[in-house]
Write a protein that binds this ligand. Sequence first.
Ligand code: NAD
Ligand code: DAU
Length: 356
Amino acid sequence: MENVVLVTGGAGFIGSALVRLLRRVEPLGVVNLDKLTYAGHRANIDALAGDSGHVFVHGDIGDLELVRRLFQEHRPRAVMHLAAETHVDRSILGARPFLETNVLGTHALLAAAREYHADCGPDRDRFRFLLVSTDEVYGSLGPSDPAFTETTPYDPRSPYAASKAAADHLTAAWFHTYGLPVLITNCSNNYGPRQYPEKLIPLMILLAMEGLPLPVYGDGLNVRDWLYVDDHARALRLVLDKGRPGQTYNIGGAAEIANIDLIRTLCRRLDDLMPESPHRPHERLIRFVPDRPGHDRRYAMNFKKVKSELGWEPRESFVSGLFQTIDWYLEHPEWIQAVAGPEFRQWLKRQYGTAA
Ligand code: NAD
Ligand code: DAU
């Protein structure tokens, strides 16, 4: 077994932050398997060009023969599985790709990992299969409900959340039934550089920069618990190294905020950063639009377990992380150009009727 990790989805938002961390701090070799869907981009892993410890493989996690071959060729000591269809709104328009990748793709990875693990001899005990999942599997909280813990019953409400819940259950089943040493992490909403602009924060930044309407679903009072992406990557490395097989770890940002408050903060920051913009004050662009069907009201994560067992807690405060994120998008027009092309414009038109 080599000191190599097979990362799936490493050209996406969180996956690319994780891969950069894995190569930077106590470096591990990385085999990065990614299908490069609309959400996956080589621009996210530009910084690793020329790094011989990072091998990029363009392929599908559902391709069992490919995955088997990667296990045999690279003999990884772990899988960190992030590849997924990730956008709730897209899952509402059509669930099939979510079932194919999040459920059947996860099954293919688990099946190949089980075969490989059985064949690892004395190294078997070192192997880990880490699944990166979401707080959405726990459902929706009311305003004064306690935050989700690892024992909150599953209650997924969107097709996306249901597909992630299925992947979590399959992964736990591979632990109990086959003894595969799995770890599951469930985290709250991530934000930071390189997030595909269909998601709330980068969407609002890009639309506001162009003076386009900022669509706020429903009354804007839905609450999310925001986690800076590099804090998340750090948590994943710790869970990989020190987590107990068979366990779930919740990871949260300790940063609950209502969508409308977040968007207003973001608009005011853009006003400050772009004094010459004809779109100031950016708050004028806000439009309340019909709600997302089944829109979960509130998410909040109790992360006491990962804090007490592994010593992790978020370092970034929300306002400072949000401002850094806005700065990053303003400073990286070349990334926006590479990532937010015709597919993104079609998405804006389809979802919001915004002809941009
Ligand atoms: P993302 O949409 O930015 O990236 C997903 C990546 O997976 C892309 O690079 C894509 O090309 C790749 N991919 C998709 N289907 C694939 C397939 N069949 N085979 C190989 N690669 C494939 O996603 P993200 O926001 O970085 O999320 C990563 C993981 O974290 C996902 O599992 C997601 O469910 C989970 N998660 C995300 C958040 C969040 O706020 N972004 C929060 C909780 C959990
Ligand atoms: O909680 C973890 C989840 O966070 C991850 O598992 C998902 O992969 C990730 O996409 C994210 O899901 P959300 O649905 O919470 O994220 P999104 O950015 O789509 O929306 C955040 C909030 O903003 C949500 O309450 C819906 C609202 N929203 C979103 C969009 C895109 C709007 O009001 N307007 C919008 O245009």
